[in-house]
Design a protein around this ligand. Structure first.
Ligand SMILES: [Zn+2]
Length: 336
């Protein structure tokens, strides 16, 4: 079995346990560049994140994938500190986010205004090769002069048609994927209408030379229900899915339909392409940096303590859960 790159160095793939495949420990939605992480944020992570991260072990979960792109991440030492304190494998992303579009307003008064908001400004300023070099450097040498290395590549787009900068970021990500063999995890926008096409991301990555089996399309829970044929094509072509933002505090008919959709994929032989994550974050999306503004407490363990008990009641089997949380991540996370 291969090794998985964590923030504390390579870990054997058979030590991961259950893996939550899409979370954020520090998401600064309004960062212009990656600077020093403010001490009050570090204190919040120490006080609130660490106890929750420690509790993950009680559920057999020893690994968390942090899918935060630059420049929204904390300083690298913060992740190493959290991993050591919680004795948890943390796989950190390198990569770029999407461009906000005109219908998305800044929600936080007083936040900075800069071009291509949410997209790291280097994507506009550098060429594709230099961006790929940056991603590879973060995977192979370390992030921001540290020895903390990224273990997954994050890319994101909003709509069926990419903006030129999103396309550039995807091409850089594809190039870095080929050089590192790491998995690409994407943000397929789940909330803006019209709904983005996961297939568009896969098409672009494949045309740039990425093996679809190294692509994990995330946040596809609405797509699963509203464009099942397209999602099915992604699976047929070898891509994997990450179903996220799982919650038990409402919209029960939606989540029951998602679970039914997951069970149908298992019946159709695609169970080896499915993974789960909460998309839980310490963030400043809706105000000062605090606990998640879009997912319920408790952080991260909510998946194991709230969501999975309910889903078991809806007929999801232990074998299916083990496949999604343990066996599939072990295939995706080591270098391919
Ligand atoms: Zn996310």
């Amino acid at each position: 079995m291969g090794k998985v790159m964590t923030v504390l160095g390579p870990a054997p793939a058979d030590a991961l346990g259950a893996v939550t495949m899409h979370e954020h420990l520090h998401l600064d939605q309004y960062a212009e560049t990656e600077g020093a992480t403010p001490p009050d944020r570090v204190a919040l992570l120490r006080d609130v994140a660490i106890p929750a991260l420690r509790r993950l072990h009680e559920h057999g979960c020893h690994t968390l994938v942090d899918a935060t792109p630059m420049p929204m991440r904390a300083e690298p030492w913060v992740y190493a500190m959290l991993a050591r304190e919680a004795k948890l494998h943390i796989v950190l992303a390198t990569g770029f986010y999407r461009e906000a579009w005109e219908r998305e307003s800044w929600e936080y008064e007083g936040c900075p205004s800069y071009p291509h908001r949410w997209m790291d400004r280097r994507v506009a300023e550098w060429d594709v090769e230099a961006l790929a070099d940056l991603l590879v450097q973060e995977c192979e040498q370390g992030i921001r002069e540290s020895d903390v290395r990224a273990g997954i590549i994050k890319l994101a787009s909003t709509r069926a048609a990419f903006t030129p900068l999103e396309e550039k970021a995807f091409r850089a990500g594809a190039m870095a994927q080929r050089r590192t063999g790491l998995c690409i995890t994407t943000h397929v926008e789940p909330a803006m209408e019209p709904l983005a096409f996961p297939l568009a991301q896969l098409d672009l990555l494949e045309s740039a030379g990425t093996d679809p089996s190294r692509v994990l399309l995330a946040h596809v829970q609405p797509h699963l229900l509203r464009m099942p044929g397209e999602v099915r094509q992604c699976l047929d072509r070898g891509a994997s899915l990450c179903i996220t933002n799982l919650r038990t505090d409402g919209n029960e008919s939606f989540w029951r339909a998602v679970v039914d959709g997951i069970r149908r994929f298992f019946d159709d032989g695609f169970g080896d392409r499915l993974t789960l994550g909460l998309d839980w974050a310490f963030d400043n999306v809706a105000g000062p940096f605090a606990v998640c503004s879009w997912m319920p407490l408790p952080p991260y363990v909510y998946l194991f303590e709230n969501v999975l008990p309910k889903w078991r009641g809806w007929g999801l089997t232990e074998a299916e859960i083990t496949q999604m949380l343990e066996r599939n991540p072990v295939r995706l996370l080591p270098r391919g």
